[in-house]
Design a binder for this molecule. Structure first.
Ligand code: B12
Ligand code: SF4
Length: 499
């Protein structure tokens, strides 16, 4: 029987995380096929490691997980090399990038199959079909190309997450010591990454979760999450958790049940949420969540402007006023809100785009005035192909197109696009990008992120001193002096390096 190689391309220079995407796929084939994991984050030469395995002649199936951005830097050249030198292997890509940009991935000629969304059943079924020379055309969540035509099979219902097989942590530990994945962060000395639910019930028009999960969400029970957390804590010493779910707090009951279970384990934790959902949580629930160790929660605030929230189809009841009042509300629970904003959405004229940016810069300052502990993350709007949404229609009408050749995604300009820092959108002029980035520099100077554990009190004071005057007088141009200090002290950006 042929073996399977699962690859997690490099996504971070340090602070590796448990590679949950391929670990889930490993769990789905465990006991049925032999598999190995190669983690690009832990290898100096990932290609060599992979070809060493392939040279044994035992491996036929390769499964790559691919996120846009830095993961493409390894995924593309390595896939290309493998197709050229090992033409009998089958290359399967999964994850957000190929699920959304299927045509460009398959047209490259070196990706054979894409798993569209969850791969927990689809991958095993595909490998079974190929091993047994059976048809694969009816397997759900699959995208493939035959005779130049791309076919997408039906999407499967989301699986009950409690029925999934356990994640093979012990086996991962044989490839790479698990402690390597438990990095020191603001939350703790040994932080584990965990994914407790898939999808999201909302349909924000800028979000890549929507085309894949189509407003569906399924979560593991609190008891099952706790079982895994406890296992990693007891066996490898985890003392903090980053929940990587798109929307951990969809269910108040599940969040509170988990908080009660983990209450006496001395774990600190973090997760992502919506403001309007959590604002409905009872005071008692918020207090329990905090008491159990949840110190900081990431919220998609997006914009303080109600018209933009509507343009983004924020999908619920979130408003500018609520964003402010909720920042105030969290103060009494001592939970730090981490608010992310998306600036630079399209508007009919350049003046209006600039006006929107100015509005949100002022709004962010209001948030800071109400709750100075609020962590602010600023993204520049980078379109995602959310076909059918009003926002995406505006994007296409404005003349925006994605690269048509896979290699173009790793050109420096498109990497910036992926990192949501400097997208190539036609409505954003250089002075707008400059304003956003310069404001971000000044803001980060004035309020350095608490997640930067290397920035000591003295450094914080120095950088704040420099930035304060600019912040108070709203003069953001050319903040070279702050940039220099941030560079010298390796100021960290949670949105790129991990939250
Ligand atoms: C952890 C994470 C990171 C980590 C590292 C990820 C890693 N692999 O090591 C860090 C913090 C470094 C990161 C960075 C970025 N990330 Co990120 N990240 C995530 C996050 C929160 C969790 C990923 C995860 O582990 N999921 C758990 C697994 C179980 O789910 P999954 O990946 O979806 O896997 C399932 C299926 O997709 C499929 N599948 C996935 N891979 C494979 C592979 C095979 C072979 C098969 C068969 C199936 C398969 O099967 C799995 C099981 O069902 C996701 C959001 C999310 N909740 O998923 C964003 C997400 C993937 N990131 C995203 C982005 C854009 C980025 C950035 C590029 C930009 C940014 N500013 O955020 C940066 C890049 C910077 C960098 N240095 O890489 C976007 C992708 C959006 C898009 N347009 O496609 C997401 C969806 C967040 C979002 N909602 O916008 N990220
Ligand atoms: S609530 Fe968050 S995860 Fe859900 S669709 Fe909106 S942006 Fe995406």
């Amino acid at each position: 029987m042929n073996k399977i190689l699962l690859f997690n391309p490099r996504s971070a220079n340090n602070k590796y995380r448990i590679p949950n995407s391929i670990l889930n796929i490993a769990a789905s084939v465990e006991g049925k096929y032999e598999w190995v994991i190669v983690d690009g984050n832990c290898e100096h030469d990932a290609l060599k490691k992979i070809t060493d395995y392939l040279d044994t002649g035992e491996f036929r199936y390769l499964g790559f997980t691919v996120m846009p951005g830095p993961q493409l830097r390894q995924a593309i050249p390595i896939s290309k090399y493998i197709k050229e030198h090992y033409p009998d292997t089958t290359m399967v890509w999964g994850g957000y990038f190929p699920s959304i940009y299927d045509q460009v991935s398959l047209n490259s000629g070196y990706v054979d199959f894409i798993i569209n969304g969850p791969g927990d059943h689809a991958f095993l079924k595909l490998v079974d079909a190929l091993e047994n020379f059976q048809p694969y055309e009816l397997i759900k969540n699959l995208i493939y190309k035959i005779d130049g035509k791309i076919y997408k099979t039906a999407k499967a219902d989301l699986l009950d997450q409690d029925t999934l097989p356990p994640l093979p942590y012990d086996k991962l530990n044989n490839f790479y010591p698990l402690t390597k994945f438990l990095g020191k962060t603001y939350l703790g000395n040994h932080t584990m990454a965990y994914h407790s639910s898939i999808g999201c019930p909302f349909t924000c028009s800028f979000c890549s979760v929507v085309p894949i999960y189509e407003a569906r969400w399924k979560g593991k029970s609190a008891a099952n999450i706790y079982k895994d957390v406890k296992y990693i804590k007891d066996k490898w010493g985890a003392d903090a958790i980053e929940f990587h779910d798109n929307n951990f707090f969809v269910s108040e009951k599940r969040a509170v049940d988990f908080a009660k279970l983990v209450m006496n384990d001395n774990m600190t934790w973090w997760g992502m949420a919506r403001i309007d959902t959590m604002d409905k949580f009872k005071d008692e629930s918020l207090a329990i969540i905090r008491k159990s160790g949840c110190k900081i929660i990431f919220f998609g605030a997006e914009s303080g402007n109600d018209a933009i929230l509507e343009q983004m189809d924020k999908g619920g009841t979130q408003s500018g006023a609520q964003i402010l009042s909720f920042a105030e509300r969290l103060k009494k629970f001592d939970i730090i809100p981490e608010y992310s904003f998306v600036l630079g959405t399209p508007a009919p004229t350049p003046e209006e785009v600039m006006k929107q940016i100015d509005f949100d810069i002022d709004f962010i300052k209001k948030v800071k005035a109400i709750n100075p502990k609020t962590e602010i993350v600023i993204y520049t709007y980078s379109p995602v192909a959310t076909e059918g949404s009003e926002l995406y229609k505006q994007v296409v009408e404005a003349g925006f197109t994605f690269p048509q050749v896979l290699e173009d995604w790793i050109s420096p300009a498109w990497e910036n696009f992926d990192l949501r820092k400097n997208p190539l959108t036609p409505w954003l002029k250089p002075e707008m990008i400059d304003k956003i980035r310069n404001f971000e520099t000044v803001l980060n100077g004035c309020y350095p992120t608490v997640t930067d554990i290397k920035l000591n009190v003295l450094k914080r004071k120095a950088i704040k001193l420099l930035a304060n005057l600019r912040y108070r007088t709203s003069i953001y141009h050319y903040p070279y002096e702050i940039k220099l200090l941030q560079k010298v002290w390796h100021y960290r950006q949670p949105e790129i390096q991990g939250f």
